[in-house]
Design a protein around this ligand. Structure first.
Ligand code: ATP
Length: 134
């Protein structure tokens, strides 16, 4: 079994889609190990997105992820990292396949509802940031 860090970004909360998105992970069979609803500041965003802070798209991404509360999730299951990324779909909601969270519910490259760790190393780093007690 494997653990992964998922964020339901502020657009998910603002659009009232937390239940819809959580349902998909639960229905798949992933276990919610920890869950927290919180508003983050810019320094927390920088810590999470350390690989992106120098990118052109980062300033608006930083503004977006600090614009309202999000929900952080620690999910567990067999091959959870890859499974979550498949459920999330491609980064750009306009191109993500129907059947995925982004493909069904997002029409944006930035406001794409969810984040999922992209490797075991990222998952370990991100879980330490969001759920240090785990
Ligand atoms: P995540 O890491 O959030 O699961 P991802 O791995 O599909 O998404 P990354 O390339 O790591 O995407 O980018 C992180 C986030 O930055 C994206 O989820 C999206 O919100 C935003 N982003 C990425 N590329 C762009 C872009 N070209 N324009 C605007 N926002 C972008």
């Amino acid at each position: 079994s494997q653990r992964t860090l998922v964020l339901l970004k502020p657009d998910t909360v603002k659009r009232g889609l937390v239940g819809e998105v959580l349902s998909r992970f639960e229905a798949k069979g992933l276990t919610i190990v920890a869950m927290e609803h919180r508003l983050i500041d810019g320094s927390k965003a920088d810590e999470h997105y350390v690989e992106h802070v120098e990118r052109d798209f980062y300033p608006p991404l930083r503004a977006f992820v600090t614009s309202g509360p999000l929900v952080a999730l620690l999910l567990e299951g067999d091959e959870a990292i890859e499974v979550v990324r498949a459920i999330n779909g491609a980064t750009d909601g306009r191109k993500a396949a129907p059947g995925t969270i982004r493909g069904d519910l997002s029409l944006s490259n930035r406001e794409n509802l969810v984040h999922g760790s992209d490797s075991p190393e990222s998952a370990e780093r991100e879980i330490a940031i969001w759920f240090p007690q785990h």
